[in-house]
Design a protein around this ligand. Sequence first.
Ligand SMILES: NC(=O)c1ccc[n+]([C@@H]2O[C@H](COP(=O)([O-])OP(=O)(O)OC[C@H]3O[C@@H](n4cnc5c(N)ncnc54)[C@H](OP(=O)(O)O)[C@@H]3O)[C@@H](O)[C@H]2O)c1
Length: 260
Amino acid sequence: MTRSILILGGTADARILAGELAEDAGCRILLSMAGRTLSPVEQPVPMRSGGFGGTAGLADFIRAEDFDILVDATHPYAARMSANAVEAARLAGVPLVVLSRPAWQCQPGDRWQGVDTVEQAVTALGNESRRVFLALGRQELLPFEAAPRHSYLIRSVDPVDPPLKLANARYVTARGPFALDDEIRMLAENRIETVVSKNSGGSASYGKIEAARHLGLPVIMIERPRPLSEAPLNGAIVPDIATALTAIRHQLSLLENRGE
Ligand SMILES: NC(=O)c1ccc[n+]([C@@H]2O[C@H](COP(=O)([O-])OP(=O)(O)OC[C@H]3O[C@@H](n4cnc5c(N)ncnc54)[C@H](OP(=O)(O)O)[C@@H]3O)[C@@H](O)[C@H]2O)c1
């Protein structure tokens, strides 16, 4: 019997996981993206794009398309979608496997200042003019317009369009993974004094954090959002792709054993 798995994506982990699952015989995989990126990288499995219309919309989609398992492999800062996934899996009666990369931990030599929001990160830059590196999405960049005294180097996947209302902002578009040596060179050549980052976890964007440590630069770390759903989970929360594959295969064998 062909089993169907819906993966909520938007991350490199989701793409890799989808590719690995596609190699399992007898599985239909659909990878769902929010549709925010202008030129998304090619995916190894069939894809759909755009919101479902909240929790009920996602639950309806799971039922209508007969999915057996839901996988949440969204970014750790996509708190709304992750909360929707918990509720929708419960409503649709399917197990949920959540791939959640562990947050980076502060290492000796790191000079991190933790903040809860982007607005707090802007305040934490202080009153003195600083040279700041930002690797954030457009919505997260807007609050920096309130601090035009700093000069910014902004790196994003898509061009920031329209650009921010900031006189001292330069833009680069690039997609990770970013190597440590390149990140050290980029921060040094641009004489960056402070890095502002989300705690994304994983290796693809860790280079800038290691580079900041290497150069002795402070990092204003925007902490992860708190989970929006307290509902119990029928499934598993796993830290990496290998464990996600094991958890998904376990859920498939449970379905098989129950004869569903
Ligand atoms: N936030 C970040 O820092 C970040 C970084 C890298 C990649 N991403 C990716 O970008 C996407 C949007 O992030 P966000 O922070 O805006 O998420 P969010 O606030 O949690 O989600 C907002 C809404 O976008 C839709 N959506 C989100 N992910 C979706 C998916 N995989 N498939 C279909 N619809 C999706 C849902 O709309 P409906 O309620 O209408 O279903 C959701 O309610 C996510 O897929 C995430 O994995 C986010």
